[in-house]
Design a protein around this ligand. Structure first.
Ligand code: ATP
Ligand code: MG
Length: 231
């Protein structure tokens, strides 16, 4: 996947591309980890900043919406460094912040995309220290409601080592996907992320290895997103 600011995610998404294939594989893996109880809501996080969370969450959402025909929703829960409004080219407000603040109903924060069954809840107004917003019952209510109305919910979040938001969100989703940037994030930092999630009783489904800097061996293909069981 080449980075090109002029193109939107919709232009870039080629059904035959390696990333689309990898995302289909990822979705199939995470959904069927327990076949009696298929997973419908996923949190995407990483240990630290800029490991590729928003990229993975967005492509996964596109894949799910395009290939499975499900009513899909992607939520920008990274109120510190919001990105989904740019990626999907939707208004940034009102969004999750206004829902958490009790100003609006979550269904009123939903934005359309050119893909009929893919909707976005953007981050909303900027807030300097949002952690407390994720602590109250209102977050549970918001997620209960959106999980009722949408078949698949994907949540993009802040990194888990520096801030507590993603750990709090992990309790309202069926499973967590940890993105790991190959060649940069030190092993002990990735392990810390994993331990924070396991200590919070999060359902850690697996790790997506983002080979953005092409550090993995040739058989990983270039800029490949791999999946591995983590437990
Ligand atoms: N595999 C990849 N190939 C090329 N570019 C990539 C890849 N993964 C991520 N990027 C680019 O790296 C940058 C950071 O990615 P992204 O925004 O997805 O990370 P993030 O973990 O969400 O960051 P933040 O912590 O700021 O939320 C973006 O410009 C994105 O387009
Ligand atoms: Mg991001």
């Amino acid at each position: 996947m080449e980075k090109d600011q002029r193109q939107t995610i919709y232009d870039l998404f080629d059904q035959e591309s390696p990333i689309a294939t990898e995302m289909r594989r990822l979705y199939s893996n995470i959904r069927h980890i327990d076949d009696r109880n298929p997973k419908r809501s996923f949190l995407v996080t990483s240990a630290v900043r800029e490991e590729g969370k928003s990229t993975v969450a967005s492509h996964l959402a596109l894949t799910v919406a395009r290939f499975r025909g499900k009513k899909s929703l992607i939520v920008d829960a990274d109120l510190r460094r919001p990105k989904l409004h740019q990626i999907f080219n939707v208004p940034k407000e009102p969004g999750l912040y206004e829902c958490l603040n009790g100003e609006i109903d979550p269904l009123d924060a939903v934005k359309d995309t050119p893909i009929e069954n893919l909707k976005v809840i953007p981050a909303g107004r900027r807030v300097r220290s949002p952690a407390h917003l994720f602590e109250g019952d209102i977050m549970n209510d918001i997620f209960e409601k959106i999980k009722f109305y949408y078949d698949i919910v994907i949540v993009d979040s802040a990194p888990i080592v520096p801030v507590s938001d993603p750990m709090l969100i992990s309790s309202v989703v069926d499973g967590v996907i940890l993105v790991l940037l190959a060649g940069r994030t030190p092993r002990h930092v990735s392990l810390r992320a994993r331990n924070i999630l396991l200590d919070a009783n999060a359902n850690l489904l697996g790790v997506v290895v983002n080979n953005m800097s092409e550090v993995l061996p040739y058989y990983y293909d270039f800029k490949y997103y791999g999946y591995s069981e983590d437990k």
